[in-house]
Design a protein around this ligand. Structure first.
Ligand code: ADP
Ligand code: ASP
Ligand code: MG
Length: 401
């Protein structure tokens, strides 16, 4: 009997009607003769509401307690969905992350799955139950609850599909697939029938929230058959796979990330070892650095700018301030009013002129570029946040008509 993992995001279970709708999908899959593991996220905006509740009490809670709180959202969804399945007359059991065997490391708030001990899951499947698992959570070696980072239920689902050698992993959401741009912003975005793991990984990492980037990384590693589809319309979605036909598409999509800040260290000494000191300090604090730009030295000094995730900006600035004298820096500037706009596509590897076409589109829209970074299959620019949406539309439309 084949096993299918089906994951449902917050909007797909936001109220009783939607929970019943999801129960309909999973019971139909089960009645068709499949074993089913469903992974669910917290209902609607529950996770954001829980974060707000914490803030009212302590704006700086410990990460352990924060995870204890946030994991509660998924506990509600799994129980409700199991009740809905029971109501439809099918056998179901709900499991929290630890009951489903999710063992993670101890990076609270952004934990990584180390293993999934599947004994309990297997036993429940043997009993012919539809197994409903809380996404986004696991347990560390201290038996404390951890969460996998925002959007992490996708990763729970793909990890389960890999651990259970599922036939496929279906990610049901509020759009009917992966589009060339966020359909909420780019009105003429086109739905992609398929996309490669590498392209999807870049899109997800660069801001397209439709899939958690670690879920794509894992799907690629374990060759999971992944599909993104709508929980409201029963139509084919987007297949994420190793080799997706490039057809005539030069780029597969455009995306933007507003969760970024630019930090500039002005007037540092132009001598060997400066970059090393700066970035090793940030690495020691586990602060991820993205685009880096160093100016040409003049009068024995230079400037170094780089981007970090916005919620790491304050910590990065505090660290750099302790190095300021040693570096001879005159100023450390942090700008949070920036946005990173990117285009992604395996097609650009073999086609020159993609970057210039992107820059032309931004020029035509009157948008100034602050920083640029490229790799084989993506080009990113940092711009003023006020231009974020118009830049996304402009670069999207330059490539996709
Ligand atoms: P869920 O709650 O189901 O996990 P998310 O809100 O995390 O759903 O992800 C779905 C959303 O991702 C869509 O509503 C859409 O606005 C957004 N999105 C961003 N980029 C894309 C894209 N390229 N294709 C499809 N959806 C995208
Ligand atoms: N509920 C979590 C979040 O809102 C996990 C998820 O939705 O994937 O981030
Ligand atoms: Mg999501």
């Amino acid at each position: 009997m084949s096993l299918i993992v089906q994951k449902f995001g917050g909007s797909s279970v936001r109220d009783a009607g939607r929970v019943m709708n999801v129960a309909g999908i999973i019971t139909d899959t089960w009645k068709a003769g499949n074993r089913v593991v469903a992974v669910v996220s917290a209902q609607g905006d529950t996770t954001d509401d829980l974060i707000e509740k914490a803030r009212e009490i302590n704006p700086n809670p410990s990460r352990r307690e924060n995870d204890m709180l946030l994991s509660a959202g998924e506990q509600i969804s799994v129980a409700l969905l199991a009740m809905a399945v029971e109501k439809l007359g099918c056998p179901a059991v709900s499991l929290l992350g630890w009951q489903a065997g999710f063992k993670t490391n101890s990076t609270y708030g952004n934990a990584r799955i180390k293993t999934i001990e599947t004994d309990r899951l297997q036993a429940e499947l043997e009993k012919n139950n539809i197994v409903i698992v809380a996404g986004f959570q696991g347990v560390n070696k201290f038996d404390d609850v951890t969460t996998l980072g925002r959007g992490g239920s996708d990763t729970s689902a793909v990890a389960l599909a890999a651990a259970l050698s599922a036939k496929s992993c279906q990610i049901f959401t509020d759009v009917d697939g992966v589009y060339t741009g966020d359909p909420r912003i780019v009105k003429n975005a086109v739905k992609l029938p398929e996309i490669s793991y590498d392209e999807m990984l870049e899109l997800a990492t660069l801001g397209a929230q439709v899939l958690h980037n670690r879920s794509v990384e894992m799907a690629k590693k374990y060759n999971v058959n992944l599909e993104v589809l709508s929980s409201l319309q029963r139509i084919p979605g987007t297949k994420v796979k190793e080799n997706a036909g490039v057809e005539k598409m030069l780029i597969r999509g455009a995306t933007r990330d507003n969760d970024v800040a630019r930090i500039s260290i002005v007037g540092v000494r132009d001598i060997p070892g400066v970059a090393f000191r700066i970035f090793s300090r940030l690495a020691a604090k586990k602060i991820n650095v993205d685009i880096i730009l160093q100016s040409v030295g003049r009068d024995g000094t230079k400037d170094i700018s780089f981007t970090v995730a916005r919620d790491h900006a304050a910590e990065a600035v505090a660290e750099l301030n302790t190095l300021k004298e040693q570096l001879g820096a005159t100023e450390i500037i942090c700008d949070e009013n920036v946005s990173k706009v990117s285009i992604v596509g395996a097609g650009m590897e073999t086609h020159p002129g993609v970057a210039s076409k992107m820059f032309e589109a931004l020029f035509d829209a009157g948008i100034n570029i602050q920083m640029i970074s490229t790799s084989e299959i993506k080009i990113s620019v940092l711009i003023d946040i006020k231009d974020s949406e118009s830049a996304l539309k402009a670069v999207h439309d330059a490539f996709i008509d």
